[in-house]
Write a protein that binds this ligand. Structure first.
Ligand SMILES: [Zn+2]
Length: 666
C-alpha cells in the first residue's frame, strides 16, 4: 500500500509586523499535527511563511524609508529566527516574493482569465486598508468604520479586474452544507451566512498608479494582483504549482489551519478559486482567538502575551496550556495564574514527577536497573493499566483525526494519573520491606508498569513535547536521537528495556513558584484592580492620579534607557507627620523631611492599608521632581514609593535608619 500523504499549512503571516502569540499558536498546532502523522508513518508536508505583497507592506516601507523588498527581507529573517525558537518542523517557509510563487500566481491568473472567470469592470465601495478589501454592508458600522479594525473606511471607485465568485456561489453553498469545506461543524453556518451577504464578485487587481508592490497581471501590465489573490495560491506553490495540484497526493489531503478572522477568504474565495482551477478542494481547520483574561489581546488594552513571555516559560508550558484548554475552534483564555497552575499540575507534578519517582525507586530497589515484567503475576489494577494504555493509542489517533487535540492530551494525562494511583494503592515501599520472592515480583511489576506507562506517554506525547519526551524515553533506555518514533510501539506495552541501567534521573519539568512568577510577570495587576475600584467609588476625586504609579507599564517588556531613568529624582525622606484626610477614606497627608532640601507635603493613597503612626519617623523614598498636583485638600509635592506586601496589602517602601536624609537614589 502506498504511504498516505497529508499536507498541513498555517496561514502565511503578513510581513508588516513581527510574530505574536496567535501566530505561535497556529504554527505550533500545525507542527504538532505534522509530527503526529509522521509518527503514524505518513508522508507529511508542513508549510508556513510570509505574505509579503500589498498596500500595508508598501506603506510600512515608506514610513521606514526603506524599499518594500528590504522590509520583507528583514522580516523573513526575523520570523525565521523567532520560529526557530519553538522547535518547529516545517518543510517549507514560503515567501510570496519567491520567483516560483510569482510564476504560480501568474499561471493561476491566466487559467482563470482564459476560462472567463476574470473580467474587467468598475467597482465603488468602502475600502478598509487593514483588511485590504472592500467591505460589505454587514462588515461596517453606521459610520462606515470597519467592524474588525474599528477604523474608518475610504469610499473608493476603481476600475479593476474581478473574479466571478458569484458563478460558484450555489456550488459553494452545497459544499459547505455537506461539510466539505470545514472540519468543524460550528463554522458551517458562519460561512453560509457570509455567502448570503456576499455582494457581487471579488476585485482581484489594483492599478499600478496606486500599488506597485505586487505581482503583475500577465494579461494587463498596468495592474498588480490583489494581495489575497496573490497570497492564497501560496499553498499550491508549496507543492510545486498548479500542475502538481492536479496530480499530487498531498493536494488530495490538504488542510489549512487558519484563524477564525480569515475564514471568508479561505472558506469562500479560495474554494471558489480552486473550483475555477479544477483542482481538489482543501479543508479548513479553524482556530479561535487567544484571549487574555477574557479580553481579546490588544496593545491599547496592554494585555498582549508576547512571544518573549511565551519563550521565557518555554514551548512546553504554552503547548500544555493552549492545547489542553479546549479543542481547536474555540477561543482560549490565557490567565497567567491558570497557565502556571496547569503546568505544575500536568507537567511538573504529572509526568515529570512520575518519571522522577519511578526512577528514584528503581535506583533504590533495583540498583538502577529497569525491572522485568512477570506477566503471569500482574494483578487486576496492572492488567487494567496495560489495557487502557493500549486503548489510548486508538483514542489518541481518533482524537487527532477529528482534530480534538485537547481530548488527545487528556487521554495521555489520564495514563499518568493511573500510574500515580497504582503507586499510591500498592505502596511499593511497603512491599520492599519483605524479602520473599513473591514480594520481589510484585515490586518489579509495579515499577515495570510505571515504566510502561512512561514509555507510552513518551510516544503519545512526542508531538506535543518533542525534546522533553526524547529526554524521557532516553532515560528509560530508548534512544530516539530526536527522530519522531513510530506511534505503533505503544501497542507493545511490556516491551520495556528491562535491565537497562538508569544512570540519570532527568528533571523534566521543574515546579514553579506560582506566586513569585505572578509577581514577576504581573507586578501591577493587584494595583490595577484596586485602582479601578477606586475609580468606580470616587470618580470626582480622581484619586487614582494622586500617586500615579505608572502601573500600566510592564516590567518584563518595557525597556527604558538609562537617560530615562535618570530623569526621575528619588531621595531619602523622613516622614515627620502623618494624618488622615477629612473627606477621603483613601488619603494620608504626610509631611516629609528631605534634610537640606526642606520639607514636602505629600498626599498618599495608602490609608486603607497603613495607619498614620505606622509611617511616622520612618525613612521612605520620595520622588522629588514630580510636577506638584493641586487637589481638593491641598497640593501634593511629590510621591512616596510604595509596593505590595506578601499579604496582598500596600506598604510604603521603608528604608533602613542609617540612610541619610535627602540623599539621592541612583
Ligand atoms: Zn478592516
Amino acid at each position: 500500500m502506498a504511504t498516505p500523504c497529508r499536507y498541513f499549512t498555517t496561514p502565511i503571516y503578513y510581513a508588516n509586523g513581527s510574530p505574536h502569540a496567535g501566530h505561535v499558536y497556529a504554527t505550533i498546532l500545525t507542527s504538532i499535527l505534522k509530527t503526529h502523522y509522521s509518527q503514524r508513518g505518513e508522508n507529511v508536508k508542513f508549510l508556513t511563511g510570509l505574505d509579503e505583497h500589498g498596500e500595508a507592506v508598501q506603506d510600512k516601507a515608506k514610513e521606514l524609508e526603506i524599499s518594500p523588498q528590504k522590509l520583507v527581507d528583514d522580516m523573513a529573517i526575523l520570523w525565521k529566527k523567532e520560529f526557530a525558537r519553538f522547535e518547529l518542523n516545517n518543510d517549507i517557509f514560503i515567501r510570496t516574493t519567491d520567483k516560483d510563487h510569482v510564476k504560480n500566481v501568474q499561471d493561476i491568473l491566466n487559467y482563470c482569465h482564459k476560462k472567463g472567470d476574470i473580467y474587467f469592470g468598475e467597482h465603488e465601495g468602502y475600502y478598509c486598508i487593514k483588511c485590504e478589501g472592500f467591505l460589505t454592508n454587514s462588515e461596517r458600522d453606521e459610520n462606515n468604520n470597519c467592524l474588525v479594525h474599528k477604523r474608518p473606511t475610504e469610499l473608493r471607485k476603481e476600475k479593476n479586474y474581478f473574479f466571478r465568485t458569484s458563478k460558484y456561489r450555489d456550488k459553494l453553498i452545497d459544499l459547505i452544507s455537506q461539510g466539505k469545506i470545514t472540519h468543524q461543524e460550528k463554522y458551517k453556518n458562519e460561512l453560509l451566512g457570509m455567502l448570503k451577504n456576499l455582494e457581487g464578485d471579488l476585485s482581484i487587481s489594483r492599478p499600478k498608479t496606486r500599488l506597485t508592490w505586487g505581482i503583475e497581471l500577465p494579461f494587463d501590465k498596468e495592474h498588480v494582483a490583489y494581495v489575497w489573490f496573490d497570497a492564497l495560491p501560496n499553498y499550491v506553490t508549496g507543492i510545486g504549482g498548479l500542475d502538481q495540484a492536479r496530480t499530487s497526493e498531498f493536494w488530495k489531503n490538504v488542510n489549512h489551519i487558519i484563524g477564525k478572522d480569515i475564514i471568508k477568504f479561505h472558506g469562500i474565495f479560495w474554494p471558489a478559486m480552486c473550483l475555477s482551477l479544477d483542482i481538489p478542494l482543501p479543508k479548513l481547520l479553524i482556530t479561535g482567538w487567544l484571549l487574555k483574561d477574557a479580553h481579546k489581546m490588544s496593545k491599547s488594552l496592554g494585555n498582549v502575551v508576547t512571544v518573549d513571555q511565551i519563550l521565557h516559560y518555554g514551548r512546553d508550558m504554552f503547548v500544555n496550556f493552549v492545547f489542553r484548554a479546549t479543542n481547536p475552534g474555540d477561543d482560549i483564555d490565557i490567565s497567567w495564574k491558570s497557565y502556571f497552575e496547569r503546568y505544575n499540575s500536568d507537567l511538573a507534578n504529572g509526568v515529570g514527577n512520575l518519571l522522577s519517582r519511578t526512577l528514584a525507586m528503581i535506583e533504590k530497589y533495583f540498583e538502577r536497573k529497569i525491572p522485568k515484567f512477570h506477566l503471569n503475576e500482574l494483578n487486576d489494577e496492572q492488567k487494567e493499566i496495560v489495557k487502557i494504555s493500549q486503548n489510548a493509542l486508538i483514542n489518541v489517533t481518533k482524537s487527532f483525526d477529528e482534530f480534538r487535540i485537547a481530548d488527545a492530551m487528556n487521554e495521555i494525562s489520564n495514563l499518568v494519573s493511573l500510574a500515580d494511583k497504582l503507586i499510591a494503592n500498592q505502596k511499593p515501599w511497603e512491599i520492599a520491606k519483605n524479602n520473599d520472592e513473591k514480594s520481589l515480583a510484585q515490586l518489579e511489576n509495579i515499577l515495570a508498569t510505571c515504566v510502561g506507562v512512561l514509555r507510552t506517554v513518551g510516544y503519545l506525547s512526542y508531538s506535543f513535547h518533542p525534546s522533553k519526551m526524547n529526554e524521557l524515553l532516553l532515560s528509560i533506555g530508548e534512544n530516539l536521537n530526536h527522530t519522531p518514533p513510530s506511534i505503533n510501539k505503544v501497542k507493545e506495552f511490556t516491551s520495556i528495556y528491562s535491565g537497562f541501567v538508569c544512570d540519570h534521573i532527568p528533571k523534566l519539568f521543574n515546579r514553579i513558584d506560582i506566586a513569585a512568577e505572578l509577581a514577576a510577570i504581573e507586578p501591577d495587576k493587584k494595583k490595577e484592580i484596586k485602582k479601578s475600584e477606586v475609580k468606580k467609588v470616587d470618580k470626582s476625586e480622581k484619586l487614582s492620579n494622586i500617586e500615579n504609579k505608572n502601573s500600566d507599564t510592564n516590567l518584563a517588556t518595557d525597556i527604558i534607557q538609562i537617560q530615562d531613568f535618570s530623569k526621575v529624582q528619588m531621595r531619602v525622606g523622613t516622614v515627620v507627620s502623618a494624618e488622615c484626610v477629612d473627606g477621603s477614606d483613601k488619603l494620608l497627608k504626610l509631611v516629609v523631611s528631605l534634610g537640606e532640601f526642606g520639607e514636602r507635603q505629600i498626599f498618599s493613597g495608602i490609608r486603607e492599608w497603613v495607619k498614620p503612626e505606622e509611617v511616622v519617623n520612618h525613612k521612605v523614598i520620595i520622588v522629588c521632581n514630580l510636577a506638584p498636583r493641586k487637589m481638593r485638600f491641598g497640593t501634593s509635592e511629590g510621591m512616596m514609593l510604595s509596593t505590595d506586601t506578601i499579604e496582598g496589602k500596600i506598604s510604603p517602601v521603608f528604608l533602613p535608619e542609617y540612610l541619610k536624609e535627602g540623599s539621592l537614589l541612583s
